[in-house]
Design a protein around this ligand. Structure first.
Ligand code: ATP
Length: 399
C-alpha cells in the first residue's frame, strides 16, 4: 500500500532504520519508519486516509506519526536533497535525498533502506556497509564526529551492542572514549542523562550494560566513587531469577519497578554522603529516591533482626511493613543468610497483604468514643490478624 501510494503521488518511498536492521536479522520490529522523497506530511495524510489510524503532524520537522489501532506506530519523514561540502577543494556535491537521510543516522546497521515503489520494490540501499557490519556483528558510526554531534548515541551504541550481542567496532570505541573524555556528556541536560543511563541499564542484559557503562567511565560521571564492583555484578546476575520468582507470587507482577532494585544493588557500596550525591543525579522522583535511600540505610539493621531464630509474625510484619516490594526483593537477592531469605519470603507470601478491614465508623457503632483508643484498638486487631488468630471482618468486630 505504501509503495503504491508513493507511485500514485510520484514519490520515492523507503522503509528505513530499525525495521530494515531487524528484518535482515530475521527479528520482528513493530516500529515502521518511512522516508518519503517529497512532501512527507502530504504523504502521511494520504496514507492515513487509507489506513485510518491516528495522525499526528510535526510541521516544523516535516514528519508525521500514525498510531495504528493494534498499537504499532508508523513514522513518516520527509527527505530533502542537501549539499555537502567536501574538504580538499572539491566542489559541493548534491546527494540524493535518501542518502542525506541515511547519513544522519547513528550506526551503519541502522542506516539502510528498502525501496517500496513497485518498479524497485525490495531494493536494498546500503551506502555505508551496514550489511557487512550486520554479518560481522559490528556497531560502527558513519563518521568521526558522530558522538560529538549527538552524545546520546554513546548510550545507543552500548544498548545495541548488548541487545544484539554485537561488538562496538574498535574505532567507534575510540570515538566514544574521546567524546566522553572531551566532556560531551556534560552537554546533555541532567534529565536526558538520567533517562539515557536508566534506559541503558535496563536493556536486556543488565550486568553487561553496567559493566559497559563502567568501562566507558560513564558511572564516574554519576559519581567518582561509583563503579561496577564484582560483588554487585554477581548479585545482578541472580536478580532476574529472583524477580521472576517473586513475580509468580504477585497479583500485579508488572508493577515491580526493576530499575529501583538494580539501582539499590549498584549504589550499595557507597557511604551515606556519596549515596545522596548519586541519587540526586539518578532519581528525580521523590518517592523512588527515598525508597532506595531508606532500603540501603536500613539494610544492616534489617539483616540483623531477620537473623534471629524466633521472630514472631507480628514483629516480622512491623519490621518489613514500611518497605516496598522492591526493597524486599533487593534484600532477598542481596543477603545469602537462609533465615533472612526465609522470613522475607514468608512476609511476602503470608503477611504483606494483611490489613484491618474495620474502620473508625465500626468502632463508633460499637460504642467506643473517638480518641487515641482507636489507634490502639485497630493495632491490636491487626496484631491478631497477622498472628493468624482472626481472619474475617466479623471476627474483627467480635474481637
Ligand atoms: P528500537 O526501536 O528497537 O530500540 P530502532 O533502531 O528502531 O531500535 P529508534 O530509537 O526507534 O531505534 O530509532 C529509529 C531509527 O532512527 C534508528 O534505526 C536510527 O536509524 C535513527 N536514530 C534514532 N536515534 C538516533 C540518533 N540519536 N542519531 C541518529 N540516528 C538515530
Amino acid at each position: 500500500q505504501v509503495g503504491q501510494l508513493g507511485d500514485t503521488m510520484g514519490n520515492d518511498v523507503f522503509i528505513v532504520g530499525g525495521f530494515v536492521r531487524d528484518f535482515l536479522l530475521g527479528e520482528e520490529n513493530q516500529d515502521l519508519d518511512f522516508v518519503v522523497e517529497g512532501d512527507g506530511i502530504a504523504f502521511a495524510q494520504a496514507l492515513n486516509e487509507i489506513i485510518q489510524g491516528r495522525l499526528t503532524i510535526h510541521e516544523k520537522f516535516g514528519t508525521a506519526t500514525i498510531q495504528l489501532p493494534d498499537k504499532r506506530t508508523l513514522d513518516v519523514v520527509t527527505a530533502r536533497r542537501e549539499y555537502y561540502e567536501y574538504p580538499a577543494a572539491m566542489p559541493q556535491v548534491e546527494k540524493s535525498s535518501i542518502w542525506s537521510d541515511l547519513f544522519r543516522r547513528d550506526f551503519t546497521i541502522n542506516a539502510m533502506a528498502i525501496q517500496l515503489n513497485k518498479s524497485k520494490f525490495g531494493q536494498l540501499i546500503d551506502y555505508f556497509g551496514g550489511i557487512q557490519d550486520l554479518e560481522d556483528k559490528n556497531i560502527r558510526v558513519l563518521y568521526n564526529l558522530s558522538f560529538v554531534e549527538d552524545p546520546t548515541r554513546i548510550f545507543r551504541a552500548i544498548r545495541f551492542s548488548t541487545r544484539l550481542n554485537f561488538n562496538i567496532e574498535d574505532e567507534t570505541k575510540t570515538f566514544i572514549h574521546e567524546a566522553i573524555k572531551d566532556g560531551m556528556l556534560d552537554r546533555l541536560s541532567a534529565e536526558r542523562l538520567r533517562e539515557e543511563i536508566l534506559n541503558t541499564i535496563l536493556e536486556k542484559n543488565i550486568q553487561e550494560n553496567i559493566l559497559s557503562l563502567d568501562r566507558f567511565k560513564v558511572l564516574e560521571i554519576i559519581h567518582p566513587k561509583l563503579q561496577a564492583s564484582q560483588a554487585n555484578v554477581e548479585k545482578l546476575q541472580t536478580l532476574k531469577e529472583t524477580i521472576n520468582y517473586f513475580r509468580t507470587y504477585e497479583s500485579r507482577p508488572d508493577e515491580i519497578e526493576v530499575v529501583l532494585i538494580v539501582l539499590m544493588h549498584l549504589l550499595s557500596d557507597l557511604n551515606e554522603h556519596d549515596l545522596v550525591e548519586s541519587l540526586n543525579k539518578l532519581i528525580a522522583n521523590k518517592g523512588n529516591y527515598s525508597k532506595i535511600k531508606e532500603t540501603l540505610e536500613n539494610r544492616k539493621i534489617i539483616y540483623e533482626q531477620l537473623k534471629q531464630e524466633d521472630l514472631n509474625s507480628y514483629d516480622l510484619y512491623q519490621l518489613l511493613n514500611q518497605f516496598s516490594l522492591e526493597s524486599i526483593i533487593y534484600y532477598y537477592n542481596d543477603c545469602d543468610h537462609s533465615y533472612v531469605k526465609h522470613y522475607l519470603l514468608f512476609y511476602v507470601l503470608k503477611l504483606k497483604e494483611i490489613h484491618v478491614e474495620i474502620s473508625g465508623e465500626d468502632l463508633i457503632k460499637l460504642g467506643i468514643k473517638p480518641g487515641p483508643i482507636f489507634r490502639i484498638v485497630l493495632e491490636r486487631v491487626l496484631e491478631e490478624k497477622v498472628k493468624g488468630n482472626i481472619y474475617r471482618r466479623e471476627e474483627e468486630i467480635q474481637f
